[in-house]
Design a protein around this ligand. Structure first.
Ligand code: ADP
Length: 789
């Protein structure tokens, strides 16, 4: 596979974004340019229309002025000399005609120098009151304005009586009109009336002159009707009407001498990017109309579209570029994440391979067998140790029902086939977590049998698999070793107890001899000897007790349980009787033993438990106090029997309660009392081996209240006479001996627990049974102390 350049995706994203941005901006600019061009074209068209309109307006207006003048002149052509009233009536319509830029209209007549006075008089008579004709120049003919009508508000000197012959431009126009018999237009100049205005207020003007000829047979020239026109006002008015404030421009007049004079100039707001120019003839003059406008302001021509298109395009391009960048880099980012995740996955895979390898190595190398089954009990995993311990390969296709037969699984006695529901793997499949389940496997692969201790656990469902795991180890040798040790302990105990018994016996004999020898009590030597002998016997008793307890401790763990129905009432009363018969140096205890429900238990062991608890109840009382012991019991709802032994003794602090069941633990308060700290540990072992529980709480009236549970009796009780507490010493002695014999029987069982199916490596010593009393071993008769504390 070709390797991709890792840097490529990082640069590709920004690059693509830049390309998109640039392309977007270019396209936006191009679109904007195209739109601007189109707009310019449209603006050009609009400008053309406006210019043509302005041109038409200028020409129409001038033509209208000329028409009005012609009409006025024609009106005067019928009369010889019009009166002021005639003139006033005839010229009145001009005042209302809205003539743009028209300054005034005047009736001008030619007068010879010699006729000036007569003409003045004559015109005064015709209504020109106060007319004073003021001849100018040196010529013979003067052009006097006789009547004048102002057409604008602008006031100035009266124009009547003025001699226009010296003002070249109107004079020339008038002469042309007279010569050509038509209305003429003058060159440009500043009207006489405007010459008194400040220079800024003066503007170029011109006159239109219409000749007045009589219409008689021989037409005679009478004068002129002259209209003064201010060009600036004229053009401004026309453009304002046509251009609606958006059109500016100028009017250029080519005068007779060929000079071009800009007679009017109207500024336009904004940029003058559109200009149109047209020339046209007005009379004998050529006028040029130049119009200007700002395309952006011209109605119907300009719009913000190109700019908007540019801005919108730019914004869109930026957004698109950003999008492309985001998409491109997000892909790159996603790819990076995938790469990181893949790397992590690879690492995790390598790690789990390592772990699996390690686990495999551990599974292969450990000596404990490990088997894993799925939820249906099919074997999934079996390590080499498991194979070796089972003596065969497991069959992955066979279910739990065949396990017992296939692998030869028995209870520790080696005879009873292990029930399926007691097998740890099966228990674990049902959600339990059994520990230390012992079972014996014997099959063609392990013909001698192997004792296994098995722990089972349900597989955690979070592991993705439901099922169970079992870990098992070979405890055959351990049991053998314990068995040997137990025998060794028994032998040692026996060997230790024999000399002790001899010492105790002889000490007793010497004491008896001393009493019989007649040495008076109180004799110093005799008392010393007695003291010494009593110390010897007390020490021997303590040592005997210790050995007994240690033996009981050992046997309580391993002695096989011989379950039968036990009449606890009788057992408790026998123990009470023993205690009552031999209170030692304590006051005689007060007893209360209620009828107790029978239990299914090993009689010797349960007797030991009761004896131990009652013994403690009697022992742990305050010095001088009377022991009070209450033994009671009842059936519980769960089918067990709960026994209670309450006393009124020194009690047990709360903090010590859980610990007193541990081996060798004694409370501080027990310091002054004889004991080994093993009694309750033995009791717990025995009770737990029966499937029960033991505990202690405060006795409400003071003291301690021990309780333990045992399975209720399932078999018939053996009928035996109940031993009454009032029986004599013989009866007590018999009961005591039976109890001790039962204890010894535990040791004599020959087979230790878990090795029921094996022959012991060595035969147990069958000398005097361990557990017999010292007096019996010494061959002496002596009331013995009960086993336990
Ligand atoms: P031992 O009595 O030989 O010391 P046990 O195992 O029988 O050993 O008892 C352990 C400890 O529990 C005792 O040392 C004593 O402190 C305490 N104990 C047992 N029974 C009683 C009781 N009835 N009242 C007060 N303390 C007790």
């Amino acid at each position: 596979m070709r390797r991709r350049d890792p840097g490529a995706p990082r640069t590709a994203g920004p690059l693509a974004a830049v390309v998109v941005l640039v392309a977007g901006l270019v396209i936006s600019a191009a679109v904007s340019v195209v739109l601007r061009e189109a707009q310019r074209d449209r603006a050009g068209n609009v400008m053309d229309q406006r210019h043509q309109m302005a041109l038409a307006a200028v020409r129409t207006e001038i033509d209208r002025y000329r028409g009005l003048l012609d009409t006025l002149a024609a009106g005067f052509s019928t009369r010889a000399e019009p009166s002021w009233e005639d003139y006033d009536v005839a010229s009145a319509p001009l005042a209302d005609a809205g003539l743009l830029g028209a300054a005034g209209v005047a009736y001008v007549v030619p007068v010879r120098t010699g006729d000036v006075a007569a003409a003045q008089r004559r015109w005064r008579e015709r209504g020109a009151s106060g007319l004073v004709l003021r001849p100018q120049g040196t010529g013979d003919e003067h052009y006097f304005s006789i009547y004048a009508r102002q057409l604008t508000e602008v006031t100035g000197p009266s124009m009547t009586g003025v001699d226009l012959v010296t003002v070249a431009q109107p004079a020339m126009a008038m002469e042309d009109a007279r010569r050509l018999h038509r209305t003429t237009v003058s060159d440009t100049y500043v009207l006489l009336r405007d010459r008194t205005l400040p220079a800024g207020g003066q503007q170029q003007s011109l006159v239109l002159a219409a000749p007045v000829w009589t219409r008689e047979n021989e037409s005679e020239f009478r004068g002129w009707v002259v209209l003064g026109l201010r060009s600036g006002d004229f053009l401004t008015g026309v453009l304002a009407t046509v251009g609606q404030g958006h059109l500016g421009g100028s009017l250029i007049v080519t005068n007779s001498d060929g000079s071009r004079v800009t007679v009017a100039d109207r500024a336009v707001p904004g940029e003058k990017d559109l200009t149109r120019s047209s020339g046209f003839e007005v009379g004998d003059h050529r006028w040029t109309l130049v119009t200007q406008a700002d395309s952006g302001r011209l109605p119907g021509a300009g719009s913000a579209t190109p700019r908007l298109a540019l801005v919108a395009g730019a914004v869109f391009s930026v957004l698109l570029a950003w999008l492309v960048y985001a998409l491109a880099t997000s892909r790159a980012r996603a790819r990076d994440q995938v790469e990181v995740a893949t790397a992590e996955l690879r690492e995790a895979e390598a790690d789990s391979r390592r772990q699996a390898g390690l686990l495999g190595a551990i599974m292969t190398s450990i000596s404990d067998g490990v088997s894993v089954v799925d939820e249906n009990g099919r074997f999934l995993v079996q390590n080499p140790a498991a194979r070796r311990l089972l003596g065969m390969e497991v069959d992955a296709h066979r279910g739990p029902r065949d396990w017992q037969e296939q692998y030869g699984v028995f209870r520790p006695d080696g005879k009873t086939p292990m029930p399926l529901e007691e097998m740890p793997l099966m228990m674990a499949l049902h959600g339990e977590s059994p520990d230390g389940v012992e079972m014996l496997v014997r099959n063609p692969g392990r013909p001698d049998g192997v004792l296994l201790s098995v722990d089972g656990r349900p597989l955690d469902a979070s592991a993705g698999l439901r099922g169970a795991v079992a870990v098992f180890r070979d405890i055959t040798d351990l049991r053998r070793y314990e068995h040997d040790l137990s025998i060794f302990a028994g032998v040692v105990a026996h060997d230790l107890k024999a000399p002790l018994a001899v010492i105790r016996g002889h000490a007793d004999l010497v004491l008896e001899d001393l009493d019989m020898s007649g040495i008076a009590a109180g004799a110093p030597e005799a008392d010393e000897i007695r003291d010494g002998l009593r110390r010897i016997t007390a020490t021997v008793d303590r040592m005997d007790l210790l050995i007994e307890t240690l033996l009981a401790y050992t046997t309580s763990r391993h002695a096989p349980l011989r379950l039968e129905s036990v009449d606890l009432t009788r057992t408790a009363r026998e123990i009470a009787a023993e205690r009552a018969a031999h209170p030692g140096d304590r006051p005689v205890p007060q007893w209360s033993v209620s009828p107790l429900p029978p239990v299914e238990a090993d009689p010797a062991m349960i007797r030991h438990v009761l004896d131990n608890l009652i013994g403690n109840a009697v022992k742990y009382v305050r010095p001088g106090g009377t022991p009070r012991v209450v033994v009671s019991g009842e059936r519980t709802v769960s089918g067990l029997v709960r026994i209670e032994v309450a006393d009124a003794g020194i009690g047990i602090p709360d903090a010590e309660k859980p610990r007193i069941f541990e081996s060798f633990h004694r409370t501080e308060a027990a310091a002054g009392y004889a004991g080994t700290g093993l009694g309750l540990a033995i009791c717990r072992r025995i009770v737990e081996r029966h499937g029960g529980e033991i505990g202690v709480e405060d006795n409400p009236g003071g003291g301690a209240r021990f309780h333990f549970t045992l399975p209720a009796a399932v078999t018939e009780l053996k009928e035996e006479p109940v031993v009454d507490t009032d029986q004599d010493d013989e009866a007590v002695r018999a009961a005591l001996d039976r109890a001790l014999a039962e204890r010894a029987a535990i040791m004599q069982a020959g087979m230790l627990p878990g090795l029921g199916g094996f022959e012991p490596d060595t035969d147990p010593r069958d000398e005097a049974p361990v557990g017999t009393s010292l007096s019996e071993q010494a061959g002496l008769k002596r009331p013995g102390a009960a086993a336990g504390s």
